[in-house]
Design a protein around this ligand. Structure first.
Ligand code: C5P
Length: 218
């Protein structure tokens, strides 16, 4: 695999709805980095499984991943709660993780030329996908804050959804993501902890920017 030299690589891990995506996007824009929300890849696979249950097998999946375009990951359907729940189920499968692994590594180490580097967020980015990242962050927030943020986001897509339902599904997802055997979510020792519970988007961004700028200047 081709690996671009001297690029800036940022790895972010976080539990569901901690605000990592919003932050990663802002950071990527500021530093001209290619941004990849790896959760969207698992959501894309989950969506395929829910939409084509009879066709869904290794061969079908490999073909779909091969022809995947980054813009396919911005489809609104992928944001649905049932897709997120299914994503946390299929992401426990070794074969599925194997199929997406090289795609993610390739985009992290060989982002399109117009970018100065890459920024990926997910559950295993800091220790599996970009273990040698220049910056590693573990972004989190308390569970009620996360559930409320996801609730507001889902309300814009689907009117009939209760906060309690969202809280329950986030708890279930946390349980699965933290405790699964394969690539569980964890904060690695070399990741910086950013707790977004009491910080707004701008404050979070500035906190991370300060950390990055300090190291880049040296
Ligand atoms: O980040 P998001 O909530 O969209 O991710 C959906 C699900 O995909 C997660 O709950 C997790 O189970 C799975 N995932 C993963 N590894 C990643 C990113 C997401 O297992 N790197």
């Amino acid at each position: 695999m081709l690996r671009r030299k001297n690029i800036l690589k940022i790895a972010i891990d976080s539990p569901a709805a901690a605000g990592a995506g919003t932050l990663a996007k802002a950071i990527s824009k500021h530093y001209n980095l290619f941004y990849l929300d790896t959760g969207k890849i698992y959501r894309f696979i989950a969506y395929l499984k829910l939409s084509f249950p009879k066709k869904f097998n290794q061969k079908f999946l490999k073909l779909k991943i091969k022809s995947l375009k980054i813009k396919d990951l911005s489809k609104k359907n992928l944001l649905l709660d049932e897709v997120g729940t299914e994503a946390s189920i299929i992401s426990k499968e070794k074969n599925i993780r194997k199929i997406v692994h090289s795609l993610q590594v390739n985009l992290a180490y060989n982002p399109p030329k117009k970018y100065r580097g890459s920024c990926l967020d997910g559950r295993d980015i800091t220790y599996k996908i970009i273990p040698d990242a220049d910056f590693k962050f573990y972004i989190t927030a308390n569970i009620k804050t996360r559930a409320f943020r996801r609730y507001k986001e889902l309300k814009t897509l689907k009117k009939k959804i209760a906060y309690s339902e969202v809280l329950k599904s986030i708890k279930k997802r946390d349980n699965s993501d933290f405790n699964r055997k394969i690539s569980p979510l964890k904060k690695t020792k070399d990741s910086l902890l950013i707790n977004t519970t009491n910080l707004n988007k701008r404050a979070c961004f500035l906190k991370i920017k300060k950390i990055i700028d300090r190291k880049l200047k040296n």
